[in-house]
Design a protein around this ligand. Structure first.
Ligand code: ATP
Ligand code: MG
Ligand code: MG
Ligand code: MG
Length: 486
């Protein structure tokens, strides 16, 4: 089954269950001051759950373009290093706004996966919320009972608050969730370790595919819970992971969502993708084919790369892709822009914005590539002289302020400095670097603005809210504090 057919079957199934099929909302949010990008399917329905708007229909289903590179959901560091986290991915979802609840949500998910898609039942596990005494939250016994009619009890796993209780923010709608995990290992691997032990444990072949959220409560400002007058269902299934399961692959990158892009990178770079997890060239190829999707969709939805806010996030993602291909694929000339037409061929039918904006997307990426490659070349010359000066004095550590200056004024990624230093058996004065980074972050006043939940409450919104840098700030400040306390 092709990925296009898999997507269509999802939508057809829920249409047959009386769901209204709607298009994906843009990946870039223009009218939500609390969030820059859609990071889950329910983003566009937030106002329905909060009661600010009447839902278009009591049952809705769609596929949503998501981006998880900032705030509570930041998967950037995993991308390329594992086989199932992306920056941009599609989240298939079905919703009930005060209509059906746990039983139907569970029955639908089970029927679709096992009967329509034909996933063998013995490859599936489900989790339910185990309860949390300190927060006065009960175990989700209803979900347990509904699952029991489909799956043997030893495959229903208790999950904690972190994995199995969903909250929109510090206050507002919340409730237990129940997730479906699929075990794609070979029979020999399965004989060695039970899949039950691998659920939610970062195993690349025992992965979470679908999250069913049951919005049952409202958390009030004083933190107490009240039952919502109407209860809702919000589900999200990772499309690329589903394709991996249905196409019998062991990596999302081996599905037809990615293989045409990988083939093009191989053609342009002359490097072969071998699918090895730790191989630098393979990591770089995964990074490139992942990032080109994020950047293309963002530009097609109107977010050009720039120096601030959402545009800065997009620029950083693109530059990360360029850095990886420069270092590990020996790509010293622009080439990412040539992947856009491949992406268009593959996804343009379902996402017409890619077709419509293809020319703009291609041109913007090409010019970003040209200018960043110049930055890299200039930075390399400067780095080279820093290295020489250090070595001449017999030093082994590159001064933090100089590496910071490279980053700050040349836009030269610190990671790249680190890699090059390592190759020459040198290190970077990380404390010195972080100290400068910290000062810069404090200067720009983004250091105080940490985001923990999906949405920050409007009144508490920091003046100049920028997602990606906050995370960077958070990391640096935590690290810096650690250094200070030492
Ligand atoms: P994980 O634990 O694997 O990081 P999650 O619990 O953070 O996933 P949810 O917020 O529950 O994910 O999102 C619903 C579904 O979206 C997941 O079950 C998964 O299939 C998919 N998904 C989540 N994050 C990603 C990602 N970065 N790339 C691809 N698919 C994802
Ligand atoms: Mg996650
Ligand atoms: Mg999870
Ligand atoms: Mg989850």
């Amino acid at each position: 089954m092709t990925s296009q057919e898999i997507r269509q079957q999802f939508l057809d199934y829920f249409k047959s269950k009386n769901h209204l099929i709607v298009p994906s909302a843009p990946i870039v949010l223009k009218d939500d001051p609390t969030l820059m990008f859609s990071n889950s399917g329910m983003t566009q329905f937030k106002d329905y759950f909060l009661g600010y708007k009447e839902p278009k229909a009591p049952r809705i289903a769609d596929t949503q373009k998501c981006l998880r590179v900032s705030g509570k959901h930041n998967d950037l560091d995993d991308v390329g290093r594992d086989t199932y986290h992306h920056t941009m991915f599609e989240m298939l979802g079905n919703w009930s706004f005060g209509d059906y609840f746990k039983k139907d949500a569970i029955d639908f998910a089970w029927e679709l996966l096992t009967e329509v898609y034909g996933i063998p039942k013995e490859n599936l596990y489900v989790t339910i919320f185990e309860g949390d005494a300190t927060e006065n939250l009960e175990r989700d016994q209803d979900a347990y009972n509904f699952w029991k009619s489909h799956i043997s009890e030893d495959r229903i796993i208790n999950g904690n608050k972190k994995d199995n209780f969903w909250e929109m923010g510090e206050s507002g709608p919340c409730g237990p969730c129940s997730e479906i995990h699929v075990d794609l290992r070979t029979p020999e691997e399965k004989a060695k370790v039970s899949g039950l032990e691998l659920v939610n444990n970062d195993h690349p072949q025992v992965v979470e595919v679908w999250n069913l959220v049951f919005m049952e409560f409202n958390r009030k400002a004083d933190k107490s819970l009240e039952k919502l007058p109407q209860q809702h269902v919000d589900t999200g299934m990772g499309f690329e992971r589903l394709c991996m399961a249905l196409q019998g692959k062991s990596s999302n990158y081996d599905t037809d969502v990615f293989t045409p892009l990988i083939a093009k990178v191989e053609e342009l770079s002359g490097k072969k993708y071998t699918g090895v997890l730790e191989d630098e060239k393979d990591i770089a190829i995964r990074v490139v084919v992942d990032h080109i999707r994020a950047v293309s969709f963002a530009i097609a939805d109107g977010q050009l790369p720039s120096n601030g806010g959402a545009g800065y996030v997009i620029r950083r993602i693109l530059r990360r892709g360029i850095s990886y291909s420069y270092r590990f694929l020996d790509m010293k000339e622009p080439f990412l822009f040539e992947l856009v037409s491949v992406l268009q061929n593959q996804m343009g039918k379902f996402f017409p914005e890619l077709e419509k904006q293809g020319k703009l997307v291609t041109e913007v990426i090409k010019s970003e590539e040209e200018s960043f490659l110049r930055t890299i070349e200039r930075g390399l010359i400067r780095l080279d002289s820093i290295i020489k000066e250090t070595q001449e004095k017999g030093g082994k550590i590159l001064a933090g302020d100089k590496i910071f200056e490279l980053y700050d004024t040349y836009g030269f990624p610190a990671d790249l400095s680190r890699i090059i230093a390592e190759e020459k058996q040198l290190t970077i004065d990380e404390e010195g670097f972080e100290k400068h980074m910290y000062i810069r972050i404090e200067d720009s006043r983004i250091g105080s603005a940490f985001k923990v939940f999906d949405w920050v409450v409007l009144e508490e919104k920091p003046e100049n809210f920028v997602g990606y840098d906050q995370i960077e700030a958070e990391t640096y400040i935590t690290r810096y504090r650690k250094v200070e306390n030492k």
